[in-house]
Structures are given as structure tokens and as C-alpha cells.
Write a protein that binds this ligand. Structure first.
Ligand SMILES: [Zn+2]
Length: 324
């Protein structure tokens, strides 16, 4: 994964989505490089107010400019934390009206194999995932929060690409974007029980248990491909009350491998949205996250809000060759 800053717009992109014949342009945008004012500063794509929509359109232009796609259009849907996957392969995909109608659909993953068409998801803590099949050129953008993860949405999206496009899981490239990390994602005992009941003990790999008495995080983080700083875990939210933390990235990575995607073809941003206020919007950090009842009241009084980051991937653009 590479972090780039082009024309003031910062984003992450997976180099794994490039091969000799094709390239799936992809970007996990940060919050840096847009025009939106606080608390949506600055590269926000979630705003719905009249002014917000204007800023959002400017932000899309800026991202497109940075990516060399002008104007950038990106199919989005109404995300509902479910497991519905929709296909966006219309002949008239490029007409704005179609995009508008498509946008009202409720779903959490979009796939397309139409060359030059971009699909995207909006997040602020949830995990954005891209899939790319270099053989057919098909791509997917997936929104995986804990509910989507519980519903195995990334596994279902792999199956969908197999069914709709004849993709082979072994060929697929995947990229996991920035999301709330194990360091900041404290969850309840009930949350853990819910996953344990459905998935069995294998789920223990994706939870970290800390002891309130000692303040020490137990060494439950295993070799699952994540690289969170353990000192951050120990000094973070878990230490305050003891408890359980969930590793959203690791759980989804495991689901991709179960679905047949090769581990070596899974790329990962390895950044926590909640830890990095300069780079990322974080719903939990900016909107919820009260640690006491006084904070709850304060949050309510402040009507706290935050922006949404856009993650987008485009089907099958040709690789630009530069002759030596
Ligand atoms: Zn964190």
C-alpha cells in the first residue's frame, strides 16, 4: 500500500491492483485536501446539507484531479450495514441520472466490470475493502463495519464476483483501507458473545482481552497480519476499564482467506482512523466515544458530527506504458 499526496489530496492506493495489462485505479481517501468546513474538514463526502453537497461536489473534483480522472464520477449506494451486494454495469452508467437512481438503493457492496466505471463506499471507522479480478477487470467496493463483518459481507462479495463474472478467488487482489483499529475499538462482552456463538472459538484471534486488575493486555493478538502497536493498545481505551477489543481488519482478512483469496494478495493500509485525527474522520472518536455520563450529556449538547471518507475503485483502466 502506498500513501500519496497529489495536489494537496492525500490518499492510499494499492499497487497490487496493477499488472501488465490492466490497472484498477483505486484510492482510500483521507480527510486531507478538501474544501469542507469544520467539523467536516476537509475532504468530506458524507454531507447532506445544501452547502455540504456543494462542498462534496468540489471534493470529488479535487480527488478526481489528484487521480487524473476529470470529472470523477463514482457509484455509491445507501449503506445500511447489511449484506446486500449490487451490480453496477449499466450501458448508461455514465449518465448522472442513473447514478442518482442507483444511489437510493440500499446495499453495502457494489461490483462492476464496466471499464472506466468507479464504485465506492463511505466510511468513518468501518472498514472499506476493494476487490479486483485482473482477469475480467471486475472490481468491488465493500463497506464492512462490525455488522457487515458479522454477516460475512466480504466473503459474500467474493462469491458474488465468482457467480456474476466467473472470477476465480485465487486470482483476486484485495485491499483493506483505514478503519478503527484494535487499539481503539473497545466492545462489550455481549458483542464478543454474539460472534463467539456464530463463529466459534476461531473468532478469538480477532479479539483482545485486557484485565482491569492489572491493566495489561493479554497476548491474544496473534499472527493474523495486523500490526497495531501493542503499547497503543495498552495505553488506549481498553486500559481504562478493562474489557474486550475487536480487530475489524484481521477478521475481514481472515474471511477473504476463507473465501479463497491468497494471503499474499491482500494489501492493507494498517492505519487506525480513531488514533489519527489529522488524517481520518472517526465516528467513534468524534461523535460517540463518551467515557462518562458527563461526556454523554456534553456530546448531546454539542450535536457532535464528523465527515465521511470516500474509498473508490475503478474497473479495468489500461496501464499507461512509458517506453524507456
Ligand atoms: Zn487506534
Amino acid at each position: 500500500m502506498e500513501r500519496r499526496s497529489v495536489k494537496g489530496v492525500a490518499y492510499f492506493t494499492s499497487e497490487g491492483f496493477k499488472d501488465s495489462a490492466r490497472y484498477a485505479l483505486n484510492a482510500f481517501a483521507t480527510r486531507i485536501g478538501g474544501v469542507s468546513g469544520a467539523p467536516f474538514n476537509t475532504l468530506d463526502f458524507g454531507a447532506v446539507s445544501e452547502n455540504g453537497l456543494k462542498d462534496r461536489a468540489d471534493n470529488l473534483l479535487r480527488l478526481g484531479f489528484a487521480l487524473g480522472v476529470e470529472p470523477l464520477e463514482c457509484a455509491l449506494v445507501k449503506q445500511v450495514h447489511g449484506d446486500t451486494i449490487v451490480k453496477f454495469d449499466p450501458v448508461d452508467a455514465k449518465t448522472p441520472d442513473f447514478l442518482k437512481r442507483f444511489k437510493a438503493m440500499e446495499a453495502d457492496a457494489i461490483v462492476t466490470a464496466t471499464r472506466g466505471v468507479a464504485v465506492g463506499v463511505l466510511t468513518a471507522d468501518c472498514l472499506p475493502v476493494f476487490l479486483y479480478d485482473p482477469v475480467t477487470g471486475a472490481v468491488a467496493a465493500v463497506h464492512a463495519g462490525w455488522r457487515g463483518t458479522f454477516l460475512s459481507i466480504v466473503k459474500k462479495t467474493v462469491a458474488f464476483m465468482v457467480k456474476e463474472y466467473g472470477a476465480r478467488p485465487v486470482d483476486l487482489r484485495a485491499a483493506l483501507g483505514p478503519c478503527i483499529g484494535l487499539c481503539c475499538y473497545a466492545v462489550s462482552g455481549d458483542f464478543y458473545e454474539k460472534f463467539l456463538t456464530s463463529f466459534g472459538n476461531s473468532i478469538n484471534d480477532f479479539f483482545l482481552f485486557s484485565s482491569a486488575a492489572s491493566g495489561q493486555a493479554s497476548a491474544q493478538v496473534s499472527g493474523n497480519g495486523t500490526s497495531y502497536d501493542k503499547s497503543k493498545v495498552e495505553s488506549g481505551s481498553l486500559k481504562k476499564g478493562g474489557g474486550v477489543a475487536f480487530d475489524l481488519q484481521a477478521a475481514n482478512r481472515a474471511q477473504l482467506i476463507e473465501a479463497g483469496v491468497q494471503a499474499k494478495q491482500i494489501d492493507n493500509v494498517h492505519e487506525c482512523t480513531a488514533c489519527n485525527p489529522h488524517h481520518f474522520f472517526s465516528y467513534r472518536r468524534d461523535v460517540t466515544a463518551p467515557s462518562s455520563e458527563t461526556d454523554v450529556a456534553q456530546c448531546a449538547a454539542e450535536h457532535r458530527e464528523t465527515g465521511r471518507m470516500l474509498s473508490m475503485v475503478m474497473a479495468g483502466a489500461r496501464v499507461e506504458r512509458t517506453e524507456p
